[in-house]
Ligand binder design. Sequence first.
Ligand code: HXC
Ligand code: NAP
Length: 285
Amino acid sequence: MLPPNSFVGKVAFITGGGTGLGKGMTSALSSLGAQCFIASRKLDVLKETAEEISTKTGNKVHAVQCDVREPSSVEAAVKQMISIAGLPSVVINNAAGNFISPTERLSPNAWKTITDIVLNGTAYVTLEIGKELIKAKKGAAFLSITTPYAETGSGFVVPSSSAKAGVEALSKSLSAEWGRYGLRFNVIQSGPIKTKGAFSRLDPSGKFENIMTDRLPTGRLGTVEEIANLASYLCSDYASWISGAVIRFDGGNYVSIAGEFNELRKVTKEEWNVMEAMIRKTKGS
Ligand code: HXC
Ligand code: NAP
């Protein structure tokens, strides 16, 4: 956790802040002094979260209805924030839509729905707020939440992996172009963290959680608090020279799956004794 008051006097705009990881990141920023605006479609969920966090931290959290797929909705949400608190210093593009499906089962509208939320939604929020910040000559930290398959691709979540790849390209591109305006852009590629929103759509039967956990070198999923701490750091002034970064946050999962010989973890001590003796015997041959 960063020093208390690290975000005092700062405004943060978090899409999808009513649930899951967005709620965790809002809670962390609020407890560090930020005035947060959480934006998504379900106003009742947002209001409940805003009330819960404000009561806990003593800092106001505002609930703003917004469908990131609609530029006019994004514009209205941003206007609402500006009229109450001014421009933000922190923008977290966290809202997403996703579900597992064999790609041949997807309709054009299924593809459009996911890519509209993930890629276009991130772009609309970034453009709307970015333009205002540039006009006002105010710096800010932008953060997007993706996942390692944005880089590798992944079957069965193809609209999500394609859109998340676009989000990473957007972040890196604007880091280069808008750095001169004092705007920083970073990405957290998160591995699996159990939230209702994600697991109900990616592991509806509950069958894959154990497989996922077994594959992780840490032997466990990530936690909401862990990603909230990293997000707070990246959006804080302590990270003022970090921009254009894509930070893999997955308990070592990516390198563990990729490493050619990592399956040798399963070899027992006795088997190693035998294999070592066999290797030593080949000396000089
Ligand atoms: C195939 C499906 C489908 C499914 C929906 N569709 N679910 N197709 N398999 N399981 C199709 C519909 O038939 C429709 O196409 C189109 O997608 C839009 O569906 P709607 O239900 O009308 O959309 P909407 O009400 O806007 O809801 C959007 C949603 C929903 C994405 C489908 O799940 C949602 O609101 N999700 C928000 C939260 C979320 O997804 N969180 C998880 C993020 S986890 P047709 O052609 O019939 O009109 C994440 C983790 C990444 O991203 C990494 C993990 C390691
Ligand atoms: P979640 O609870 O389902 O969060 C998704 C949020 O997006 C919801 O609060 C939802 O709110 C909002 N949202 C969806 N469609 C929207 C729209 N059209 N406009 C505005 N907001 C919308 O799932 P999560 O696990 O916390 O995921 C949060 C982020 O982390 C996502 O970007 C996800 O891809 C990423 N991620 C998660 C994991 C994981 O294992 N959990 C791993 C890697 C990356 P409404 O329904 O109210 O709109």
